[in-house]
Design a protein around this ligand. Sequence first.
Ligand SMILES: NC(=O)C1=CN([C@@H]2O[C@H](COP(=O)(O)OP(=O)(O)OC[C@H]3O[C@@H](n4cnc5c(N)ncnc54)[C@H](OP(=O)(O)O)[C@@H]3O)[C@@H](O)[C@H]2O)C=CC1
Ligand SMILES: O=C(O)CCC(=O)C(=O)O
Ligand SMILES: [Mg+2]
Length: 474
Amino acid sequence: MYEKLTSPSQGTKITFKDGKPIVPDDPIIPFIRGDGTGVDIWPATEKVIDAAVSAAYGGKRQINWFKVYAGDEACDKYGTYQYLPEDTLKAIKEYGIAIKGPLTTPVGGGIRSLNVALRQIFNLYACVRPCRYYAGTPSPHKSPEKLDVIVYRENTEDIYLGIEWRQGSEIADKLINILNTDLIPATAEHGKKQIPLDSGIGIKPISKTGSQRLVRRAIQHALRLPQSKQQVTLVHKGNIMKYTEGAFRDWGYELATTEFRAECITERESWILSNQEANPELTIEANARKIDPGYDALTPEKQQQICQEVKQVLEQIWDTHGHGQWQNKVMVNDRIADSIFQQIQTRPDEYSILATMNLNGDYLSDAAAAIVGGLGMSPGANIGDNCAIFEATHGTAPKHAGLDRINPGSVILSGVMMLEYMGWQEAADLIQQGLGSAIALGQVTYDLARLMAPPVEPPLKCSEFAQAIINNFS
Ligand SMILES: NC(=O)C1=CN([C@@H]2O[C@H](COP(=O)(O)OP(=O)(O)OC[C@H]3O[C@@H](n4cnc5c(N)ncnc54)[C@H](OP(=O)(O)O)[C@@H]3O)[C@@H](O)[C@H]2O)C=CC1
Ligand SMILES: O=C(O)CCC(=O)C(=O)O
Ligand SMILES: [Mg+2]
């Protein structure tokens, strides 16, 4: 069935039912080692996961690893330009859950991202990147422990769809011509705008389906969190990109207030209800004035709209969400993207799940990781309805490749997410606890060692950190 692979002789397939994995005690799990520092990180990760499974289940459970190829290693095995062989896709499709190291993407030309391709091919529409602090981790931030957020990033569309045309190409020129002469002038709001003739062109599709399935997963996740963390923030730059990023926000609210009406409250609704609770005699207009401080400067039409909003909220959800009941619901709010980058630093404890489109989530997950120890501590999962691939937030870090020095923490913690997804919580807990204890004891790789005061000298190697995690299981 495979061209150049042989499935492990032992082990059983993971299957999916209603979007959830059914995991046998001896699952076969494909892994991609990854380019660059993948050579260091993957062996460390495999060793830690195997040790945790063995310690947690004493041989009753075991992962049967299946090596599959992508990136440079795939070209070595399958031939020039065979970066993502059919064999690899078949194996992931067959076994359902996979884990990978980072893969290189050239800048400005060359192949498109293999990482993004895997997410799109398997429809892994939710990229889940938790950023939480392990005690003792050095941080440039004063109170890193206050950050405990999960970036829920839409993973299949936005500009990552990769529909773009190079400056000067025939199609780019043709498109610019059509846009400048026919399409832009046809829409009054664009005025006399024109696209500069020497532009490259990229397309940014944001669909209602893609946005809502991501927000749905984010809300479902929020419902599993303790009440104080039951919050989903829709992150967007909708003031500028009204019909893509602005629409993402609107579709997010629409989903929250229809499909999850009983479970959710929006921030504005919570203001209206709490104003009414504080003063039952409040008129509609007085309530409107409180939720929109600039109310008196607004046009009469706009004022009327806000009064209508207040009236509707009180009519529709006062019985179910009023009298403080809204405090036990999932809070859905939104923040403009640039502002959230400063908010996670200045008011980190006010946020929980950050639901984003693809590009914003890419940026935000690195920025949030920096607060809790950096890219060596930033795991991730790409989740769909019938498949999941686990991978770190970081890339190949090529300057550290093959030196046995890089921090394997992110891929190891991605392994923790995989174990949790499989329902193997005991093994996941052991790793988290071992990693937390190793860090607390100052047993860390160079990236954390250099930030510690005084700096830890010498830092642990990548392989030694893996062993330190195992030594600290208890
Ligand atoms: N999902 C994926 O596979 C991804 C792939 N990439 C690809 O990776 C390649 C390199 O990208 P680049 O922009 O350099 O970003 P990287 O994330 O690979 O590395 C940037 C810097 O971050 C720090 N860093 C990264 N990983 C770790 C780690 N495990 N432990 C400690 N520090 C770490 C290092 O900083 P310092 O040297 O200061 O210690 C490193 O030099 C590109 O081809 C890019 O496209 C990028 C992101 C994701
Ligand atoms: O695929 C790549 O090369 C980069 C992807 C990336 O930065 C990410 O997913 O966070
Ligand atoms: Mg990134």
